[in-house]
Design a protein around this ligand. Structure first.
Ligand code: ING
Length: 313
């Protein structure tokens, strides 16, 4: 039998404003244990898993924003999760708001870490594609202020040899951009793990048919998986947070683009799959043999041009 990695997508239900990190971590540890008991070696938690999706609120003071950030990882609140990982020999991906200090300058990122079965941090990712707005929208019932509260990630899209595989990370809106997967695909990624917090209401487009949110969520990840012959694990923070809906639909997607496991609730829910890490090999050697088929001499606009510019006329 080829290389196998049993992975879990540990979907988290709502985290309200009043919820403490410590209580959320208890929920994460419970799901880690559930995944470990079924033989999983890697557990994928959501984006910003420790707190409510605070980017929906407008805060005047930086102090009020910073209460949602972690200045170290692990820290007192998350230590129980790292300890459980070491005890169980199970690794995990965790999304959180990172407050770091570089040469005395405070920097804020929407980040994730990949943690090994020994609870050591293998790699860190900082969200590149920040959706939403810099300033609150006049009269909006809720906001999406990731461009205000975070800097764009400065670490690029890396991959790491771990769990007998090649693992890549991204976060939420990144999954909608083909460049995200392709940069990792060009590094031989075999499994992309990501978390998301996706509001069920589109702040920019009303009314948007509600089914489209879910369709676009899976379309983006399935396309990224197939076009780069990689597994994709997408884990939601879901449910109603203080009255604001977040999409569920956590899933595990094969390199063929097929969804092989899908959450059915919007609560804490563990879904698993024993992934054949060699399943994407034939695609990497045929349809998506990049070296044989890609024609980079025609792709320059992708990195030279940020926004679209129309032909003359
Ligand atoms: N959330 C959403 C996401 O990309 C969004 C924002 C939703 C953008 C739907 C465009 C369309 O899933 C985060 N946190 O990126």
């Amino acid at each position: 039998m080829g290389r196998r990695l049993k992975v879990a997508s540990a979907q988290l239900g709502a985290v309200d404003l009043a919820d403490k990190r410590e209580d959320v971590v208890v929920r994460l540890v419970d799901m880690l244990r559930e995944a470990a008991s079924s033989g999983c070696r890697l557990v994928v938690f959501p984006e910003l898993a420790l707190t409510t999706f605070f980017a929906r609120y407008f805060y005047e003071s930086q102090e009020d924003v910073d209460r949602w950030f972690e200045s170290t990882m692990p820290n007192a609140a998350t230590r129980p999760l790292f300890d459980a990982a070491a005890e169980l020999g199970v690794g995990f991906y965790l999304g959180y708001a990172e407050l770091s200090e570089d040469d005395g300058v405070e920097r804020r990122f929407n980040s994730s870490v990949l943690v090994g079965p020994d609870a050591a941090i293998i790699g860190k990712y900082r969200k590149v594609h920040l959706p939403g707005h810099q300033e609150p929208l006049e009269g909006a019932l809720f906001h999406h202020l990731e461009k205000r509260y975070f800097e764009p990630g400065d670490l690029g899209f890396g991959v790491w040899r771990a769990f007998d595989s090649i693992i890549g990370m991204c976060l939420c809106n990144d999954r909608r951009w083909p460049e995200t997967y392709r940069v990792m695909g060009l590094q031989g990624v075999e499994m992309v793990v990501l978390g998301y917090n996706t509001p069920t209401t589109n702040i920019d487009q009303r009314p948007e048919p509600t089914h489209l949110r879910s369709f676009h969520n899976h379309l983006s990840m399935q396309a990224g998986a197939y076009q780069n012959a990689t597994w994709v694990v997408g884990t939601a923070k879901a449910g109603i947070e203080d009255g604001h809906g977040l999409l569920g639909g956590s899933c595990i997607i094969a390199p063929t683009g097929e969804i092989v496991a899908l959450a059915t609730s919007t609560d804490d829910e563990v879904i698993t799959h024993n992934c054949d890490l060699d399943l994407g090999t034939y695609l990497k050697q045929t349809t998506f043999d990049f070296a044989r088929h890609r024609r980079t001499e025609h792709y320059s606009l992708i990195t030279e041009r940020t926004g679209a510019s129309l032909p003359p006329g």
